[in-house]
Write a protein that binds this ligand. Structure first.
Ligand code: GTP
Length: 341
């Protein structure tokens, strides 16, 4: 039987913005709905503070403590998700990230070759603390890394909760909204107090790029499936509304991913060169491959300045490559890869 993929909702947002408050409301709502739900919570410290707050809803909770799933314990996120899939076969997984997690890096973990086909990212929901947002993204008051992370939490969101509006004046609220719109003109903004919003709407979150990916997949039946984790550009939206194809992913202002399933072993040297020569807009590539003349499966990892290839003991994973980047020229990448056979 083919396992169905689990829908993943990622709750992100800076420390104390209202993520757990939202999660509690979501779980209360989901109690009355069908479907198996599992929560994955991550906390930087080794103390489980937030987890205590969501006991009692009757859903399994997996906790990843003492590190951030976007960086120091990213491997544990992959293992944790594999465990969840094997133990619970959930319909939905709700991930609450730490307040300092960069959603781009969490999505990177979700695209691990062993998980890629079994998870469907439904959406990134970002909670913004209206009362602190402007000072947090001020370079004078925050480190540049923090500013980048907080901006990414907004930039890559599919839905924004502008929370704690009870703590700001109308004037400040307008300024925060203007900044959110500037960073992310695509995600709907819901102004909330105590993260209170229509949860059906939240669960029906739409990823604009998903619609275009579905159309691409239909147009190119039989070619590798492309999933985009970003949004359609304004130009593409206009084109789509006029009935034109949105065209190449390079028109998107977004991070996108696609997978490629190897059809046989490749030449080791050529493949290593291929990885080193990947264009700059491929931020990440990873997967498992077989080399001609060698028995064992090879795990490969590519980042902008690193290529790692190492034998992988467990022969379980499929021979697949996953690519993550922006404006990817999928055909060219695949053609270069296929020259390695
Ligand atoms: N005044 C006010 N307080 C709020 C609002 N939403 C949440 N809070 C409070 O803000 C505090 C932090 O909320 P949490 O939901 O724990 O925030 P969080 O994002 O999960 O925090 P971390 O897990 O530490 O990142 C709690 O005391 C909430 O009750 C709001 O809209 N207005």
């Amino acid at each position: 039987m083919v396992a169905l993929s689990a829908g993943v909702y990622m709750l992100t947002g800076y420390l104390g913005s209202g993520k757990t408050t939202l999660l509690q409301k979501l779980l209360a709502y989901l109690q009355s709905q069908d479907g198996r739900v599992v929560v994955l919570m991550n906390e930087m410290g080794d103390e489980d503070i937030d987890g205590e707050q969501i006991q009692g809803f009757g859903f399994p909770v997996k906790k990843l403590l003492d590190g951030c799933i976007c960086c120091s314990i990213r491997g544990e996120l992959t293992e944790g998700l594999k465990d969840i899939l094997a133990s619970f076969e959930p319909d939905h997984i709700l991930i609450e990230t730490t307040g300092v997690a960069d959603p781009v890096d969490v999505v990177d973990a979700l695209t691990h070759p062993e998980l890629y086909d079994r998870l469907e990212l439904k959406g990134i929901i970002s909670v913004v603390d209206a009362s602190r947002f402007r000072s947090l993204i001020s370079r004078f008051q925050s480190s540049s890394t923090l500013v980048k992370t907080i901006r990414n939490q907004v930039k890559y969101a599919d839905l924004l909760l502008l929370n704690k509006i009870d703590l700001v004046t109308p004037d400040v609220l307008e300024k925060v909204k203007a900044k959110l719109l500037e960073l992310n003109p695509h995600a709907p903004i819901h102004q909330t107090i105590q993260s209170d919003m229509d949860l059906r709407e939240l669960l029906n979150i739409k990823r604009a790029a998903e619609r275009s990916a579905a159309i691409q997949a239909r147009d190119k039946a039989g070619t590798p499936v492309q999933k985009s984790i970003g949004r359609m550009s304004t130009l593409d939206k206009v084109k789509r509304s006029l009935g034109f194809s949105a065209g190449q992913p390079s028109l998107y202002n977004s991070i996108e991913t696609f997978s490629y399933h190897f059809t046989g072993p490749v030449d080791a040297d050529k493949f290593e060169d291929f990885l080193w020569d990947l264009p700059k807009n491929v931020y990440r590539a990873k997967g498992y491959v077989l080399f001609k003349g060698r028995e064992e499966l090879i795990s490969f990892q590519h980042t902008e300045n690193q290529v790692h290839l190492f034998p992988f003991e467990n022969f379980g994973p499929k021979m697949v490559a996953v690519f993550i980047g922006e404006g990817l020229d999928r055909e060219k990448i695949i053609a270069d890869l296929e020259a390695c056979y």
